[in-house]
Design a protein around this ligand. Structure first.
Ligand SMILES: Nc1nc2c(ncn2[C@@H]2O[C@@H]3COP(=O)(O)O[C@H]4[C@@H](O)[C@H](n5cnc6c(=O)[nH]c(N)nc65)O[C@@H]4COP(=O)(O)O[C@H]3[C@H]2O)c(=O)[nH]1
Length: 805
């Protein structure tokens, strides 16, 4: 189809209003013009007709008497002249003179087919009476009137049409110029407006004057521009919101934690990439399913049902659920994850869905289990260690009390172990211990426990005994099991054991005393000659006597000034520069000699003397710390051991604060070492005391980490600054491969919790190199210095200070 010229196209498509307007104006004005013209023509026509009428009357009035006279006088010539005179008048075309009685005179002619108009009047003679002489009929031709009428109609129609046309054109031009073209601009602008050109305002092709701004076009264009600005603002806001939503959704998608969002009915709506990575479930495939019922395994779903029911209840009640869950991946593999479940609330506080955050803690769990094993089991023999054995003994006693049964406790010690160790070497000693453990275990029932207490000491717990003879039978079995030779380093070696037996409830009803009694009985068995067993008898309680003696001496030790603090430096692993010092208590008793804390602290704890002794240690330790500034010119912190009983004493916090203020020591320079066993009870009071100390600015450290609780999760709940790795772990780092990786894992995890790490018991250079490499912050041990009395320590400090600066 041929294209229309652009202007025409624009006119057609852009100005239908002008067209319609023109049509309507033309129609209306034509109708009005026609009506007006018709009225005018008709009135002209009427005027012409009345002119003819009046002309006829003029003829009557002007010629009637003269024609009557001519007729009376029978003056034909005059009559004819007069009639010709009438015929010469405009439009008069025919005269008929009827003469009485029956003649007539006709003049003129009536054109055929023409419209005529006639007028008749009588000719009378007025004398002595009135005589009618005849009558004259005057006929006028209306053709001229009609001709005039036609011409007029033509002229009027033409002029009216032209006038109307031009006025319409003018109106249209005015309308087009002032209105329609702007409307077209606005229409095109509105048609073309899109998110891309929202920045371009609508401008009209007319001056921007106040009057223009206030007219209807100005107001409409202003409204369009305001609408554009609002849309623009909305779009900018929307783009910002979209960018933020995009950022958040990317953050959730790339989050290192797994994220699942559920609707109000706990149906999965979204799961991120990490979730798929962790569980193996495709995020899209699980949409609409319950997070506890993703698996096709009905057993698993049943297992999960109870868990998710309690999660749902707690989230509804408390607003959050968190815990460690042993979950299953899609391929059935189990893994540990830490879950946090919270509701997603709207502005009114209504839950619109639920957020489930998950973190894979399998590695941490593995290490925790490893630590737990290390804390409870002897690595060499795989038997329970002292801690676990004591727990089991307590359980066995509790059960025996309930059931009214007996429990046998046996202490075993290998008779010539030290000799074998010294002559055949440690490896042979280790092999001997492993084999001895196997031989003891093989004599026992499933309910019995055999544990290694340390060195060559073993403990056997025999629950549910009928009488002491049963214990004796077990002892005999063990002794006979020891008879065959051991092959160590290719040599046959004979090893015997001595066994001490104490029975609950006959010999004692508490675990500590039972152990002491079994120990005393074992010494008796040794005295009897090796490879024998002995039952406890009251005469053997010499040991308890010793204990009483020690207690009464300890009560006076403070007054007699028998306690002394030794100091051991804690150095920065990277540089060897002293950072802090640990205060270690010694007891110099004239009768007993120098007594190490392991021997007297448990007794001090039991008797409560630890509270007074602990206060003395705090005071002395703070005093010593203030002196080190003078030697080194810098602050050196002091670490003080706190035992559980001392820690829980109501005056403990005051004693700490007093020691600090008496010696004018900044709280940040004091670090209190707390064994992780103290945290075992997980009590609110413990947490409260720790928080109060932390608020006071005092540093807190976990001592002997790995020997007690061994769970890293609790560290998050308490305000600890430092973690001291127990020396048994450090001892292993260069000896076993697993030992190194365990210490590495502890260091990394402690660092991730923001804790400073101190390695205890560093004895060898190889250990320092390992610790340096693993980024262990501080080290302490004989490699740097043994614990030293104050005077010697000051000398050591001076030397360290000079070599390090
Ligand atoms: N094998 C070896 N041992 C090393 C090495 N470096 C340091 N040690 C020893 O390891 C122990 C470290 O102290 P701890 O773990 O707090 O363990 C302390 C602490 O729990 C407790 N203790 C010491 N002083 C006090 C005190 O004033 N109050 C309380 N409540 N307990 C104390 O007694 C425990 C034993 O103290 P000590 O016999 O002085 O034993 C100290 C120290 O002499 C090393 O390289 N190799």
């Amino acid at each position: 189809m041929p294209k229309l010229p652009t202007r025409l196209q624009r006119f057609r498509s852009g100005s239908p209003l002008s067209f319609r307007l023109l049509a309507w104006i033309l129609l209306f004005s034509s109708v009005f013009t026609l009506i007006a013209s018709a009225i005018q023509i008709y009135s002209d026509y009427r005027k012409d007709l009345s002119q003819i009428d009046s002309r006829m009357h003029v003829v009557e009035s002007g010629y009637a008497s003269s024609l009557a006279r001519s007729l009376w006088a029978l003056d034909q010539k005059l009559l004819q002249t007069q009639m010709e005179g009438i015929l010469s008048l405009p439009d008069i075309v025919h005269l008929r003179l009827g003469i009485e009685p029956d003649s007539e005179l006709v003049m003129g002619e009536i054109p055929r087919g023409s419209d005529t108009k006639s007028h008749q009047f009588d000719l009378v003679h007025e004398g002595e009476g009135t005589f009618k002489l005849g009558e004259l009929t005057v006929t006028a031709n209306l053709d001229r009137v009609y001709e005039d009428l036609k011409v007029k109609v033509g002229i009027i129609l033409a002029t009216q049409f032209l006038k109307t046309f031009f006025v319409s054109m003018l109106i249209i031009w005015v309308f087009q110029h002032f209105v329609t073209r702007h409307l077209t601009t606005m229409a095109n602008y509105a048609k073309d407006i899109s998110l891309k050109n929202l920045g371009t305002p609508l401008t009209l092709d007319r001056p921007d004057t106040p009057s223009h701004r206030n007219d209807e076009i100005g107001r409409v264009s202003d409204a369009i521009n305001q609408m554009r600005e609002r849309l623009n603002d909305d779009m900018v806001r929307q783009e910002k919101d979209a960018a933020e939503i995009h950022k958040f959704s990317m953050a959730i998608e790339q989050s290192p934690s797994s994220v699942v969002i559920c609707d109000r009915q706990w149906r999965v709506e979204f799961a991120n990439h990490k979730f798929t990575q962790l569980t193996g479930y495709n995020a899209k495939a699980i949409v609409g399913r319950h997070p506890g019922a993703l698996s096709d395994n009905s057993m698993e779903i049943r297992e999960n049902r109870q868990l998710w029911q309690s999660i749902r209840l707690q989230v509804q009640r408390v607003g959050v659920w968190q815990g460690e869950v042993n979950s299953a991946r899609r391929n059935g593999e189990r893994f540990w994850e830490q879950l946090i479940v919270t509701p997603i609330k709207d502005g009114t506080g209504e839950a619109t869905g639920y957020l489930i955050l998950g973190e894979d803690i399998s590695i941490r769990k593995r290490y925790e289990q490893q630590l737990l094993r290390q804390a409870n089991y002897d690595i060499l023999t795989g038997l329970p260690n002292r801690m676990l054995a004591l727990d089991r003994l307590k359980l066995a006693l509790a059960q025996a009390r309930r059931e009214g049964s007996m429990v046998g406790v046996m202490f075993l010690d290998l008779d010539n172990f030290k000799h074998i160790n010294d002559t055949l070497g440690h490896d042979a000693g280790d092999n001997l211990l492993i084999e001895a453990a196997r031989r003891i275990s093989s004599c026992l029932r499933g309910t019995s426990t055999v544990a290694r207490l340390g060195g060559d000491e073993f403990l056997v717990i025999l629950p549910g005994l009928n009488g002491s003879e049963s214990a004796a039978q077990v002892a005999e079995r063990i002794l006979s099991n020891f008879t065959p030779a051991y092959t160590l380093n290719g040599q046959e070696v004979f090893v015997t054991t001595s066994i001490g037996i104490a029975i609950f409830p006959t010999d004692s009803d508490n675990s500590g005393t039972l152990l002491q009694h079994a120990d005393a009985a074992m010494y008796q068995a040794k005295r009897q000659g090796k490879s024998s067993y002995a039952h406890f008898t009251p005469e053997m309680s010499e040991v308890s006597h010793e204990r009483l003696q020690m207690e009464s001496r300890m009560r006076r030790a403070l007054e007699l000034n028998e306690f002394e603090l030794y100091f051991q430096p804690i150095v920065k692993t990277a540089t060897g520069k002293v950072h802090a010092v640990e205060a270690l208590l010694r007891w110099n008793n004239p009768a007993m000699g120098m007594i190490m804390p392991d021997r007297f602290i448990p007794l001090a704890e039991e008797t409560g003397l630890i509270i007074a002794i602990g206060e003395w240690v705090l005071e002395q330790a703070c005093l010593a710390a203030t002196g080190w500034r003078a030697i080194t010119g810098r602050d050196i912190g002091i670490s003080v051991n706190v035992s559980p009983r001392q820690f829980r004493d109501s005056g403990f916090i005051n004693a700490v604060m007093r020691a600090l203020s008496n010696n004018d020591l900044a709280p940040q320079l004091l670090e209190l070492e707390i064994t992780e066993r103290l945290l075992l009870d997980n009590s609110i009071e413990t947490a409260e005391i720790l928080r109060e100390l932390d608020r006071a600015g005092i540093r807190l450290s976990v001592d002997d980490f790995g020997t007690g609780y061994s769970a890293l999760s609790y560290l998050k709940s308490y305000p600890f600054d430092t973690l001291k790795i127990d020396r048994t772990f450090i001892n292993d780092v260069t000896k076993t491969q697993g030992g190194g990786s365990l210490v590495r894992a502890i260091i990394n995890m402690a660092h991730s919790l923001g804790l400073t790490i101190i390695a205890e018991g560093v004895e060898e250079e190889a250990q320092t190199l390992f610790l340096k490499q693993e980024g262990c912050d501080m080290s302490q041990g004989y490699f740097y210095s043994r614990p030293l009395p104050a005077g010697e320590f000051n000398e050591w400090l001076n030397t360290n200070h000079q070599t390090q600066t």
